[in-house]
Design a protein around this ligand. Sequence first.
Ligand code: CTP
Ligand code: MG
Length: 219
Amino acid sequence: MILAAGRGERLGAPIGKALVELSGKPLLRWSAEAFVASGAVVEVVAVARPGEEAAVEGALAGLGLPWRVVPGGERRQDSSLAGISAAAGEYVLIHDAARPLVGPDLIRAVLEATVRHGAAVPVIPVRDTLRYAAGGFLRAEGPDRAGLYAIQTPQGFRRELIRTALEDAVRRGFSLTDDAGAVLLAGGRVAVVPGEARNLKVTYPEDLELARALLSFRG
Ligand code: CTP
Ligand code: MG
């Protein structure tokens, strides 16, 4: 499942972020092709911004797997739930269209850990020192970097597990930036697998430049 229903406000493009071109292909197309190459999935469900369905269908035309497009919702968790309801099968991998450089190996590793543990996400150890700041100055208290990870997608789940966890989070009024957060709120366990440094999230225009540069190195 590829989430492509965001506004892309921080990128500031005139079209939805998932449709923005990266080295000749829409962002969404890059990750869709990685899922096909992984051999790990049987269908692709893309969640589009209402009104952009036709353009997203165009971006998926000729993909080497069955695919379909469903409309998303106002918040990320609403879009996730829309995609999960449209998907079939026991397991689902939920990926952000904003991460075009995900690789087939990572997709397979997440699926494997998901089948084993019920929920799994790729993570990267945090390299920078992290502190809170307020009013222009650092605060003394901050999280210990040891054991702290940045979380990527795709995130894998037993489909019923993530469906009930997200429905619960929505009912309780939480606002989530990823799907694993819903499982954690419900008291569930989420396994981690090593993420990929190149699996960056395109958030700001400079991220698009970075992705372009990484692609030109792939050869
Ligand atoms: N997303 C979604 N539905 C929403 C919000 C986000 O499907 N209502 C998806 C985006 O399309 C993106 C992923 O969630 O692939 C991660 O979100 P983010 O990077 O924040 O993308 P946007 O919300 O599009 O960007 P911004 O926050 O800058 O508007
Ligand atoms: Mg957003």
